[in-house]
Write a protein that binds this ligand. Structure first.
Ligand code: KG4
Ligand code: ZN
Length: 341
């Protein structure tokens, strides 16, 4: 089965073709970062308009790269939520229409489910069940994944997502948008002993997170210290260490509470080198296997949508001719899938 995946939930237009026998055939991505940078964040209306401009040319180029035509596609998967409603509607409308035109089934994909399935695209994929840490710009969640479609939410952020906290802290350190990767880079030159930020919500039981206070810590430190490059690097270091430690404490706790020994880490922040290294260490201490997607599939992409689409189409899921996008969509509302091959 060959599935075309379409991702337009935020500021990346991502297209891919996944083949159930050969794996990923091709994927292409257009990032809108340059356009939004000017405004210091994503401007939803500009995002939607840019997806409109990019999506059809990208469908053509991913088919060319795969050496296929529309006739070779057996199903279409598009991100239907959560995300920016106008941006989502572009991918949903194009995906549903192409499926109608080509006479193939369509399937609506939950963006966070696609993130957590992204490590399945790698050569050594994780086995179910596992604990997933989802850390993106919009979400921070710990999920018990029994099988695709069967999810139990263990904990989530009560305020900012981890990626959002990275971006906001980066902005107040003058690092532009999206600042997460730049902040992580700056932190590498920082002195870990100079400032210490709290590890929020780790002193009480439970698996929820709170990251908005860390941004305030960074802001207060910026206000009281000299604004030299080393100080900014030291603040970045204190911030990254606090986020990474907090995520590690909660992952450890989630593995202990569920008794599971497989951890999957996905979403944009899972590209973070410090987080990957430290979680891999924790995994070996706990006798747990830790899986990450390759860095380019940590952030938004079409490949994870095509793969999630394949999983759901294989299980028999089909969309009606109507279509809908959902800005908010709890993952626990997803349809459970059979284990049919
Ligand atoms: O998954 P994603 O591409 O989009 C959403 O679904 O939100 O995640 C984007 C987020 C941004 O907040 C970005 O700053 C963050 O992931 N991010 C990183 C790194 N790369 C991306 N945060 C920390 N370190 C990184 N290397
Ligand atoms: Zn994402």
């Amino acid at each position: 089965m060959r599935v075309l995946g379409i991702e337009t939930s935020c500021d990346e237009t991502g297209l891919a073709v996944y083949d159930s026998d050969q794996g990923l055939l091709a994927h292409v991505l257009h990032s809108q970062v340059d356009m939004h940078q000017h405004y210091g964040g994503v401007v939803p209306e500009l995002a939607s308009r840019d997806h409109v401009r990019r999506v059809i040319p990208l469908v053509k180029s991913v088919l060319t790269d795969s050496k296929l035509t529309g006739k070779d596609i057996d199903g279409i998967a598009y991100t239907a939520g959560p995300g920016l409603i106008g941006a989502l509607l572009v991918g949903v409308a194009v995906g549903r229409s192409l499926a109608y035109g080509w006479g193939v089934p369509a399937v609506a994909i939950h963006h966070m489910e696609a993130h957590l399935l992204a490590p399945m695209l790698e050569d050594n994929p994780p086995q179910f069940p596992f604990v997933a840490l989802l850390v993106s710009g919009g979400h921070t969640q710990l999920v018990e994944v029994r099988q695709p479609g069967d999810y139990r939410l263990l904990g989530e952020s009560v305020d900012d997502a981890a990626g959002e906290a990275f971006d906001k802290t980066a902005k107040l350190l003058g690092l532009g948008y999206p600042g997460g990767p730049a902040l992580a880079k700056l932190a590498e030159q920082g002195n870990p002993a100079r400032f210490r930020f709290p590890r929020p919500m780790t002193d009480r039981p439970g698996l929820d997170f709170s990251f908005s206070g860390l941004k305030t810590c960074a802001l207060n430190t910026v206000k009281t210290e000299d604004n030299d490059q080393q100080t900014r690097a030291d603040i970045a270091r204190a911030f990254v260490d606090a986020v990474v430690d907090t995520l590690i404490i909660k992952c450890r706790r989630a593995l202990e509470e569920t008794g599971l020994r497989t951890l999957v880490v996905a979403g944009g922040v899972s590209a973070n080198r410090q987080l990957r290294e430290r979680l891999t260490e924790v995994g070996s201490q706990m006798g747990a296997l830790v899986y990450f997607p390759r860095p380019e599939f940590c952030t938004d992409n079409g490949a994870m949508i095509a793969y999630a689409g394949y999983v759901r189409l294989k299980a028999g899921q089909r969309e009606p001719l109507s279509f809908a996008a959902r800005a908010r969509w709890p993952m626990t509302e997803l349809q459970r899938l059979g284990t049919r091959d």
